[in-house]
Design a protein. Structure first.
Length: 314
């Protein structure tokens, strides 16, 4: 029987450190088109074909090798760096070099066997990039407006920067709207999402780009993925306060904005929120619960392919 092989790849801007378990082989490849193709061929050989390859997301630097491996039908899992860090602490591996990082990823693959998931296609990745750029532009506008207050005689130059950024934001909004309108699947998803009071174009585009799992997972898993599932902190007889943490921060921020509108204008979410406040729940606790309820409803709507209906939001 062929021995299972697990591969960890530590990705940097210029290099790919590769570690194979259980053989202990370590190789370094260039992180460019030629290097990615060479590594894919190296792993695709019959005597080296891996059971699983694990790597961490590093901006966009991990995408070329992930796509090159997927093209060879080699299973690839892009895992959360925080999980790998916790795994390293649990195993006592505190040192950090590119080789050690690759070895840790290979060990993570062998022990935990994360599920390989398909990579976004080029069109989906482009949409995600536009959503990310809009988020960056909005943050820059806020920063520039704060600088303008103390800019003195430089204020006109800061204002010119703001005007340019605002124009860029409008262009990005138009491009996202066009890409949503021109793709039937996105158009339908957008129609369903925006049928909900509280969900506007920005939230819808964020969900489409950064939460493609919406409508495909259970209510518990989608809440955990976004980071709005309360987690217990109990030990023995101690019952600690439940908190939310982790998840996709950008998606959670968009959900927060949607929920702040929904608790005022969406009858179902408002009634739910008001009941919690009347029961003595703190404002933040009630709002977090409203965020989770709104997300769960949106997940069910996309799962069933139907727009908002108050009768179906129990």
């Amino acid at each position: 029987m062929a021995q299972l092989r697990f591969v960890g790849i530590d990705v940097s801007k210029d290099t790919l450190d590769v570690f194979l378990r259980p053989s202990g082989d370590h190789q370094v490849f260039d992180n460019d088109d030629q290097g990615c193709a060479k590594l894919a061929r190296f792993l695709h050989r019959r005597n080296r074909r891996p059971e699983l390859v694990v790597l961490e997301p590093t901006s966009r630097y991990h995408l070329p090798i992930a796509k090159a491996l997927a093209a060879k039908s080699i299973p690839v899992a892009v895992v959360n760096p925080r999980h790998v860090h916790a795994f390293g602490q649990a195993t006592g591996e505190l040192a950090r070099t590119d080789k050690i990082a690759a070895e840790l990823l290979a060990q993570y693959a062998e022990v935990l066997r994360p599920e390989p998931r398909p990579l976004p296609d080029d069109d989906a990745q482009a949409y995600r990039d536009l959503v990310a750029r809009r988020r960056q532009v909005v943050a820059s506008i806020t920063a520039e407006r704060n600088r303008r207050r103390v800019a003195g005689v430089a204020a006109p130059y800061v204002q010119a920067s703001i005007d340019s950024l605002v124009a860029q934001r409008k262009a990005l909004d138009a491009e996202l709207a066009r890409r949503t309108r021109d793709c039937p699947a996105r158009k339908e998803t957008d129609r369903i999402l925006q049928s909900t009071k509280g969900v506007g174009p920005v939230t819808s585009h964020t969900f489409i780009g950064d939460l493609p799992e919406l409508g495909q997972l259970s209510r518990g898993r989608i809440a955990a993925l976004v980071g709005v599932a309360p987690l217990n902190h109990d030990s023995g007889t101690l019952r600690g306060t439940r908190h939310i943490w982790g998840g996709r921060a950008h998606v959670r921020a968009a959900l927060y904005m949607a929920a702040t509108v929904a608790v005022r204008h969406n009858p179902v979410i408002k009634a739910f929120f008001d009941r919690l406040i009347a029961a003595g729940k703190p404002f933040k606790v009630a709002l977090t619960a409203a965020m989770r309820k709104l997300l769960v409803i949106l997940n069910a709507m996309l799962r069933d392919g139907r727009p908002w209906q108050a009768m179906g939001t129990n």
